[in-house]
Design a protein around this ligand. Structure first.
Ligand code: C2O
Ligand code: CU
Ligand code: CU
Length: 425
């Protein structure tokens, strides 16, 4: 084996999770009962993943947000049959970021993710090495995967979506953080870094701290922002990532504060932070984070239009539902393009928001309905929430070859066909 090549072993397997005391749910996990290990890599590093499928059904391993060729992306064409293996190899060719991995089988993505198949990928680079931000895993730098699940009468989580869940995306009544209900996390005094992933199938969150204090977003989906963005509420739609810094320096040992979802009137307490007598070692929010070179829309050689539409259970992009045998868009390798994505108003209430995700690239947001995007959307993105009636223009250049998906990341919508394919050659 190449000593410079990082190798990861992942086995998709069946597991059990006790969400409520004494009630076991059947779950799926990578190398364990639920969720999977954090894969830590560096920019420039050669990586091999040895993925084994120990499930009773086919699955894939999609590397969400990673800039790799279509064959390594783990989309629906890369099915792994039960008992079989899939071993992609690639070089990390993008800056420090928090990405994730999850299955992507046609019509099975929602179920398999719901049952527990998801994990994080951390990329580091020279810039992130040098930045004075918390980076000690589990000490001052924490993965936080938020998911909602619907428990049945017996208290176990079975994936059993009704027609309404297909239409609206599945919303559960039970909130899990890293697989546990309302866990607590001991945090040191000083600055703490939270790497938030909305791993839910359908729900969009609005996160706040229970004391309404400010925090600072330092990274979006595809990497560090140029500067920290101060906020008191963070909106996060399915699949989006946000790294935030929270300042616990003014707290006394034993003080607590909660992470709350305020997207509904019933403010939901998701988890609790308990401040310890340790020190995080970082006491200042940095002023500069990363240099991002911004695409110039004048350099785009092409603008494509995408219209997302949901009428009842008919969920389409450009009036089509996903067909594995059809390439919807052909893109020339290395071209810079603008994709203009509209969420068409439908129904009495005007429809619902759809998070649009693009494989194989990280993009930048040019505008939302002609207006500059909010500051925390001025960095690298791979998933962008689009409101009913809204048009969002994104720009990127296509530097990896092969077949890639674009789709709504409400997983019930994706499985219902709100997805298309583009090929880069
Ligand atoms: Cu998170 Cu098509 O992926
Ligand atoms: Cu993806
Ligand atoms: Cu959708």
């Amino acid at each position: 084996p190449d000593p410079n090549q990082a190798e990861f072993h992942l086995t998709a397997q069946k597991g059990k999770l006790e969400i409520l005391d004494g009630v076991e749910s059947h779950t799926l996990g990578y190398n364990g009962n639920y969720l999977g290990p954090v894969l830590r890599v560096r920019e420039g590093e050669k990586v091999k993943v040895k993925m084994k499928n120990d499930l009773d059904e086919a699955t894939t391993l999609h590397l969400h947000g990673l800039r790799v060729d279509g064959e390594m992306d783990g989309g629906p064409h890369s099915g792994i049959k039960p008992g079989e293996r899939w071993e992609p190899e690639f070089t990390i060719n993008q800056p420090a970021a928090t990405l994730w991995y999850h299955p992507h089988m046609m019509e099975k993505t929602a179920k398999q993710v719901y049952e527990g198949l998801a994990g994080l990928i951390y990329i580091e680079d020279e810039n992130s090495d040098q930045l004075a931000i918390p980076k000690e895993y589990g000490v001052n730098d924490f993965p936080i995967i938020i998911q909602d699940r619907q428990l049945d009468a017996s208290g176990s989580m079975e994936y059993d979506p009704g027609m309404n869940d297909v239409m609206m995306g599945l919303y559960g009544d039970t909130y899990l953080v890293n697989g546990a209900i309302k866990p607590y996390l001991e945090v040191p005094k000083g600055i703490v870094r939270l790497r938030l992933l909305n791993g839910s199938n359908g729900r969009t969150y609005h996160f706040e701290l229970s004391n309404r204090s400010e925090f600072y977003q330092i990274a979006s989906d595809g990497g560090l922002l140029e500067e920290p963005v101060e906020m008191t509420t963070l909106r996060q739609s399915p699949a989006e990532r946000a790294e935030v810094l929270v300042d616990f320096s003014k707290f006394k040992t034993g003080d607590t504060v909660s992470l709350v979802d305020v997207s509904t009137d019933a403010k939901i307490e998701l988890m609790e932070f308990v401040v310890t007598n340790k020190e995080s070692g970082v006491n200042e929010i940095p002023t500069q984070l990363a240099k991002i070179s911004h695409y110039d829309p004048n350099n785009a050689v092409k603008t494509r239009q995408f219209v997302m539409s949901g009428v009842g259970a008919t969920l389409t992009i450009n009036d089509k539902t996903m067909d594995m045998t059809r390439i919807d868009e052909e893109v020339k390798w290395n071209d810079t393009e603008i994709w203009e994505v509209t969420n068409q108003r439908t129904g009495i209430k005007g429809g619902m928001a759809h998070p649009f995700h693009l494989h194989g690239v990280q993009f930048q947001v040019i505008d939302r309905d002609g207006e500059k995007p909010p500051e925390n959307e001025t960095g690298w993105k791979d998933t962008i929430l689009i409101q009913p009636g809204e048009t969002v223009r994104i720009i990127t250049s296509f530097k990896n070859k092969g077949i890639f998906m674009y789709h709504c990341h409400i997983l019930e919508h994706e499985d219902a066909g709100m997805m298309g394919q583009y090929e880069v050659k």
